[in-house]
Design a protein around this ligand. Sequence first.
Ligand code: MN3
Length: 233
Amino acid sequence: MPHSTPRTTVYENLLAMIFNIIIFVFFNIVMANIQQISLPALDWKYDQLEPYISGEINEIHYTKHHKAYVDGYNNATEILALAEADGRVDDVYAQLQNLKFFSGGHINHSLFWKNLSPNNVYGGKLPEKDSKLYNQVIEQYGSFDNLISIFNKKLAGVQGSGWVFLVKNVDGNTLDVVSTANQDTVGSPYIPLIAIDAWEHAYYLQYQNVKADYFKAIWNVVNWHEAEERYSK
Ligand code: MN3
């Protein structure tokens, strides 16, 4: 008697095939809707912030550290989408923690690159006298030296990784200096004007344990022009 495939097996195979096609289509729809992010372009070359920040630090900071936040973000969004689609709430929770870290890292570093500029371009040049930001700094802090000194005290107080920001509070357009831990960023009602990275990877190759010297030096390459534009928006 010749061997014949039982009818039920044919149906099972057909069902399995249809199921796989549905999963494949679903997976692609989910993935197609995820927007990947990439490193922002820099306005200067790695060595153009010297001697205040070495080219080696900028290159490693940008191509390795910032890149890791970009890759981590892209990876976590994909895992999150699948976990949400499958209703795996534990995995959703875990990926949201990762996304907070990686998205904060990407936002903060993107701000950081923008608010630095070579010393012969915008670096270290205070905002125009009588610009809105200039007047607000003088009104609240008396002088830029005083503001920078307050900012640097906050930087010195960051333990481990963290950031310090000069922010505009949209309620009243006042300024404030705030610090965050790890890669946390600032949100409403604050608009960040200047963000400085206090983590060791931002200075250690050049300044080793003397981070106060890094905090002093970086103001020679802070782009106040960019800060003024953000403040006046
Ligand atoms: Mn960093």
